[in-house]
Design a protein around this ligand. Sequence first.
Ligand code: GLC
Length: 568
Amino acid sequence: MNDKHTHLTWWKQAIGYIIYPSAFKDENGDGVGDLRGIISKLDYLRDLGVDLLWICPFFKSPMDDNGYDVSDYRQIDPRFGTNEDFDLLIKEAHSRNIRIVVDFVLNHTSDEHPWFIEARNTPQSSKRNYYLMQPPRYVNGKRMPPNNWKGFFSTSAWSFDEVSDAYYMHIFSKKMPDVNWANPLLREEYYKIAKYYLDKGVDGFRLDALAHLARDLTFQDSKYPLDENGLAFDMSKYSNRPELFDYMRELNQRVFSHYDCVTIGEVGGGISPEESLKLSGYENGSISMVFNFDTAWENGAYDSINKSDEQISTNVIKLKNNFARWHRICDGKAWMPLYWDNHDHPRVLSQYGSVAFRKQSAKMLITTLLFMYGTPFIYYGDEIGMSNVDYQDINDFNDVSARNFLAENSGKYNLETLLRFLRRTSRVNARTPMQWSGELHAGFSNVPPQQKVNGNYQEVNVKDQLDDEDSILRYYQKAIALRKEATMRQSVLFGPFSFIDIDNSDVFAYKHEGMRKIAVISNFRAKNVTFAIDFTIKKVLLHNYKDNKIQETAILLRPFECYLFEIE
Ligand code: GLC
């Protein structure tokens, strides 16, 4: 096997944990989570067994997109704390052997960033070419954007700027102008920022919206079908284009390769596993691993506005095939992360598990993920079985993408349908305060949190679960500890991996045949299923029910029942 593959870096051994800082823990009593809040929970995280924190952005920002709109990369936003708090966080985390990975937003800035202010106010400024500014098109005397491209947040990818009489490109919100990576001066700015954080002691970056850094600079119209506003949603105009790989190579040569850091790229935009090797492949790649979205929406919720709840069901075969395809193409050639959800997705318990079987399905989901391959990332709150929101008021879906979605769709659907869809798909589902206890505001804050707490916090919270040996949280601790045993880690990361009965439409099952031979069997349904086995069980290592229904050649699996076996 490739030496670069088997070389066990710290981040290959790590168990990652994703924190959405505004929702994790509020220490200063303003209803928003902060860095001191994270510091106060480092012991909790160490005891959980995680040792790599990816923290979503906490830099100075007008918060149009909750911090993904950065107006000063070198300043911590006051609502999250101070630069000194961040230094303290790094120090305190490192003293517990926990690494810190920051979310680096390099596709766009805030429109309040000094670069953009200068670009729009001073047409002769060199900052102008930091962005993608284009003159208007006039059609029958009417001012129009340069082309028909649509962005990710339901609007045109262009907004007009009166001050400079030009359109600027933004694939996300209009307060987030895209930056121009074709400009070497702009690239230089980002290298300096990356070095600044690495020199401070951060252990790496999650590279936000990485797939989109290169665009079709001819700015020609897309030939895709147009929506009712004359816009074409054609990601190929700004996703995974050839120059992206050159930009990343340079960023690696200039910065990353000089540090022992991890770089985790977000590659939405429909990248194929083959293409992803150009980014993370051991041979020619430039970053440590890429996050794809192919395993995140396999219950059909994504485009489900017209579907009833009964029509939402996990396509277990497709889900397994997506994991299998990425593994087949990347195994031995590139490192891979494993995750169920993050701050842009609904809660996995609501996606693939079941609120009615919260305990069983939460335990089943982590067992399935943890023993597959690659570096696992747990999303905060999943370790206690947090689920989608129960909001009744549409205004509680306080997020720029939900607001733009509503602006586009409010006239087309009734309120109940819109609410049902947002409760199923909105990113807000994954951004509610961490449920630390059953006390007021879920122990997250001593004032009403800015984002409303999920109504189930008295039933689902850390404090109660720490006191209960059979809880989801205690199960996570056990499962992570087991996954970190050296022989287990070796088998999971490098042992030959194969699905068992990949065509089974209810059960997700696989084997690792390394130093230790293991098998995971997980029922993804809320019903009993019989699963045939062709291996000999040596020992049950993890199980989410009290008694076994194992027969000689088959197992009767109850709703969301799962096993981790040591096998012959
Ligand atoms: C990424 C982030 C998402 C954000 C977007 C724009 O997709 O994960 O939360 O809205 O980039 O920065």
